[in-house]
Ligand binder design. Structure first.
Ligand code: ATP
Length: 427
């Protein structure tokens, strides 16, 4: 359901829920300094890699949060004899890790914060074919294979269902694609229409004309995700049979209205950005030519720009961060160094022939650990829709009351007088 053309039909999607004690104890408007959290996930060796006889060069120590990249032992490798490299991250996941473990450790705290009114970003980064889409979306069946995005839908609506009483929620979603440096709306009928990205000082990054749908349960969200995925650019490459050729951002906005100590309703709004980046790739390995090669160059360029932004944020010397150098960094402006709680999941493969790419990803992720964000609860935001709907609901209720007649024995004159009085009170 689209919000703009049909506001009235969303009234039924404004949920009632319990006053959330935990949420109420937060101090709206106060920012806290949060480092970007970085997790690393290493996928299992694929059957093709096993058949080709590639050895495993990655080991993971979950307890210590450590990833060790050992040098390849094969005689032909130019990395043979190098020293092992060790990296430490906020959390690490080996080939046996389960989708739900990843969700609980990396995504759950971010989604909890979004439900409190913070912005949150979860993004997957890594070489092509290392499991970014598997981590973010996963597979539909069996349920244990579901990724972060569908798990977050269940989490959000599970939370709403557990609430009762005064708290009301409004959830809406949008889904955009960044392909060859052009932004488009994956949920629009005009799916290839180019959209403009703007940064507004009051609300941050916005995409003009991006459609937004109010949803009332996890199934509706999943349906929208499936529609959007069908519109996404994929291709077969030598590195991945189903390779994403674009970056995508699935956004979920959660508005909540709680009655504060002053007896008045207060609206808070958290936005969750779920980002599946296209993979970095080497042309010699993917076999990209023609259109694929053009895509590949754009993908690598935007990831390089993202790397530059990360370096400058961490370096701390530069006052000017080059967010505007690419659409990807512009879209992620709030998520990196801004008003958001952010987690990056760096995906890597375990095989020896990807040693260089794996080292690059680990270095990239290692730098991102030092990015400092300043997340704050978004209280009474201008763009909140909930308050507008509440006002209209009140107005409709009033009209219904008026339409159902006055108190017994009260004449037309008496009812008209009451209406006038209410209008005066409203003013
Ligand atoms: N942890 C995992 N366990 C089992 N299979 C996995 C895992 N991670 C990835 N795979 C499998 O590896 C293949 C590549 O994964 P996926 O498409 O998610 O990679 P990607 O990083 O999104 O690639 P690209 O950047 O090319 O889109 C898929 O067949 C996927 O099912």
């Amino acid at each position: 359901m689209r919000t703009t053309p049909d506001k009235q039909s969303v009234f039924s999607h404004v949920f009632s829920g319990l006053e959330d004690k935990k949420g109420m104890s937060d101090e709206p408007g106060k920012g806290s300094s949060d480092n970007v959290q970085v997790a690393v996930r290493c996928r299992p060796l694929s059957s093709g890699e096993k058949e080709a006889g590639h050895s495993v060069v990655v080991s993971v120590d979950v307890e210590q949060g450590e990833v060790v990249l050992t040098p390849p032992t094969s005689a032909g490798s130019h990395r043979r004899g190098e020293q092992a490299r060790t990296f430490v991250f906020d959390s690490v996941f080996g080939p046996e890790s389960q989708q739900l473990d990843i969700y609980n450790e990396t995504a759950r705290p971010i989604v909890d914060s979004v439900l409190e009114g913070y912005n949150g970003t979860i993004f997957a980064y890594g070489q092509t074919g290392t499991g970014k889409t598997f981590t973010m979306q996963g597979e539909k069946e069996p349920p244990e294979k579901r990724g972060i995005i569908p798990n977050s839908f269940a989490h959000i609506f599970g939370h709403i269902a557990s609430c009762q009483g005064e708290t009301q929620f409004l959830v809406r979603v949008s889904y955009l694609e960044l392909y060859n440096e052009e932004v488009s709306d994956l949920l629009s009928k005009a799916v290839r229409k180019r959209l403009e990205v703007h940064v507004r000082p009051d609300v941050g990054v916005t995409v003009r004309d991006l459609s937004c749908f109010v949803v009332k349960n996890a199934d509706e969200m999943e349906k929208l995700m499936t529609i959007g995925d069908r519109n996404r650019h994929f291709a077969v490459t030598d590195m991945n049979e189903h390779s994403s050729r674009s970056h995508v951002v699935f956004s979920v906005t959660v508005e909540r209205s709680d009655v504060g100590p002053d007896g008045e309703p207060h609206v808070r709004m958290g936005k969750l950005n779920l980002v599946d980046l296209a993979g970095s790739e080497r042309q010699s390995k993917t076999g990209a030519e023609g259109e694929r090669l053009k895509e590949s160059m754009k993908i690598n360029l935007s990831l390089m720009m993202l790397g530059n932004v990360i370096s400058q944020l961490v370096d701390g010397k530069s006052k000017h961060i080059p967010y505007r150098n690419s659409k990807l960094t512009l879209l992620l402006q709030d998520s990196l160094g801004g008003n958001s709680k952010t987690v990056m999941i760096a995906n890597i493969g375990p095989a020896s022939y990807n040693w260089d790419e794996t080292l690059n990803t680990l270095r990239y992720a290692n730098r991102a650990k030092n990015i400092q964000n300043k997340a704050r609860i978004n209280e009474d935001p201008k763009e909140a829709m909930l308050r507008e709907f509440q006002k209209e609901i009140e107005e409709l209720k009033r009209q219904l009351e008026e339409g159902s007649g006055g108190e017994e024995g009260e004449g037309e004159e008496g009812q008209r007088g009451k209406r006038k009085k209410r209008r005066r009170e409203d003013k």
